[in-house]
Design a protein around this ligand. Structure first.
Ligand code: GAF
Length: 476
């Protein structure tokens, strides 16, 4: 479902449950990691992208003045009640521990949204390794920022969400999932250096190439405990090597220290060290549109995760084997498991024109090999967290020298963008833009457009921060 349609749907669902329209709507995406698996907690590189599957939250202030956030889930899960007047601790229902942890983080920074009625509708498959939990954390954070008008720096926001997962869900995850859900950009992968936390955008805008996701529809229970074990094994390898983290070791260092560690610890470290290198090469390959090389790196990553890191499973291996049998001739350059492992999804780099044939063959062969029906979809890099409806209920004209841009409710319908909410003068000005505001101007070009617009009308300049925010608030 397109994000616009999803927003309409969530608005209606909110009305059915709470009897009025929501005042705020936000969304945060799930992700797929193209390469760089189990490297984030080793200070390495990862190369994820946001996908067009979102955790959407619609909300309004409570009408009874209670200092409680009431969370309903459109899927029918047990509702949650979070009392803001008492210390927030993990509890039941368990799914609400993600929002609980995020709310606790914002309260600790003095950011308090007050009592709210909230509805969650998520299209990120649960347990599919596509970061449904990070999407829920980041959408909660985005909602609190929208409601209060107080925004954290994006890095701090992502780290707060990661801490929520550590402290409230008990999962010692790295930083990848929350970073990409906050910072994803349409048509780009994000090369994230997990040590410096610096990011580089890697364009992925060739319509002939897509990412094909196959959900194995299995989730083996081992996941969380094995994840923590892997982290501990990596730390022990780094200690033996005498380096702060595996990011600082080379394949030669590891080989030289082989006799000092167990075979298991050696193989864990070999995966991480080689995966960091593969990730850097894959980013170069993508920049050069060298799809064959990127595909080979993806297959190598899968082998390493399967044999050295031992986080794959029979079903994921089956999907990769089927992909190899389809091959480049059939439209698949490479394929690998994605996310923490032990079930969930694979990601393949494919020729988009070949997707119908690939889907058919994959469905048949996977069913024949495992007896399970796979789900699959093709996706392109989507945008990170987005505000879809903002807190300003009243419209106020813009004043010269002020932009107010980041508080606009921005909707797009049909071929021309419409802006409504706080700025009737923006709507008016949009209609003065020769030829109207074409959808292609949404995205990269809206910066230029915004600058042009504000200069034209002498309404003051738009600061880079507001430019950034304006981009993040656009609906695709
Ligand atoms: C999970 C974690 F949440 C991430 O931080 C990352 O470690 C990933 O597994 C493996 O690459 O998604």
């Amino acid at each position: 479902m397109k994000l616009n349609d999803l927003v309409d749907r969530v608005g209606q669902e909110f009305e059915q449950i709470y009897g009025r329209s929501p005042r705020w709507i936000v969304a945060a995406p799930g992700r797929v990691n193209v390469i760089g698996e189990h490297t984030d907690y080793n200070d390495g590189f990862v190369l994820p992208m946001a996908i067009d599957r979102y955790a959407v939250l619609a909300a309004d202030s409570r009408t009874d003045g209670k200092n409680v956030i009431r969370f309903h889930d459109a899927s029918g899960a047990e509702p949650a009640f979070i009392n803001l007047s008492a210390p927030i601790t993990p509890g039941t229902p368990k799914w609400a521990n993600y929002p609980r942890g995020v709310i606790a983080g914002y309260l600790a920074r003095g950011i308090n949204p007050g009592g709210l009625d909230v509805l969650l509708h998520s299209t990120v498959p649960l347990g599919g390794g596509l970061s449904s939990s990070a999407a829920l954390e980041v959408s909660t954070a985005t909602l609190l920022e929208n409601v209060t008008g107080k925004k954290l720096d994006p890095v701090e926001k992502a780290l707060l969400c990661q801490k929520a997962e550590h402290d409230f869900a008990g999962v010692p995850c790295g930083i990848m999932d929350q970073f990409i859900s906050v910072m994803g950009q349409e048509n780009h992968l994000l090369l994230l250096d997990c040590r410096s936390r610096k990011t580089q955008l890697v364009p992925m805008d060739d319509p002939a190439i897509g990412l094909f996701i196959v959900n194995s529809n299995v989730r083996h229970e081992l996941g969380n405990s094995e994840y923590a074990k892997r982290r501990a094994q990596c730390e022990s390898a780094a200690k033996i090597l005498g380096v702060p983290s595996l990011r600082d070791a080379t394949a030669v260092d590891l080989e030289n220290a082989r006799s000092k560690m167990s075979d298991v610890v050696f193989r864990r470290a070999r995966h991480v060290i080689s995966e960091i290198e593969r990730t850097i090469h894959a980013a170069e390959g993508l920049r050069a549109s060298n799809w064959t090389t990127v595909g080979q790196l993806m297959y190598a990553s899968h082998r390493s995760l399967r044999d050295d890191y031992e986080v794959s499973c029979r079903e994921l291996d089956a999907i990769v084997e089927i992909s190899e049998s389809i091959g480049i001739k059939g439209g698949i350059y490479g394929c690998r498991m994605t996310g923490g492992g032990f079930g969930g999804c694979t990601v393949a780099l494919v020729k988009t024109e070949a997707v119908p044939g690939i889907s058919k063959k994959m469905a048949e062969d996977y069913k024949a090999k495992t007896g399970i029906d796979a789900s699959m979809f093709v996706t392109r890099p989507a945008s990170g967290a987005v505000i879809l409806k903002s807190r300003r209920a009243q419209s106020q004209p813009l004043q010269p020298g002020r932009t107010g841009w980041d508080e606009e409710e921005q909707l797009r319908s049909g071929p021309v963008a419409r802006f409504r909410g706080r700025g009737p003068s923006i709507a008016e000005a949009c209609s003065h833009v020769p030829g109207g505001l074409h959808p292609r101007m949404i995205g990269q070009d809206n910066f230029a457009f915004a600058g042009h617009f504000f200069q034209r009308h002498r309404l003051g300049s738009v600061s880079p921060r507001r430019h950034h925010h304006a981009k993040n608030t656009l609906v695709n």
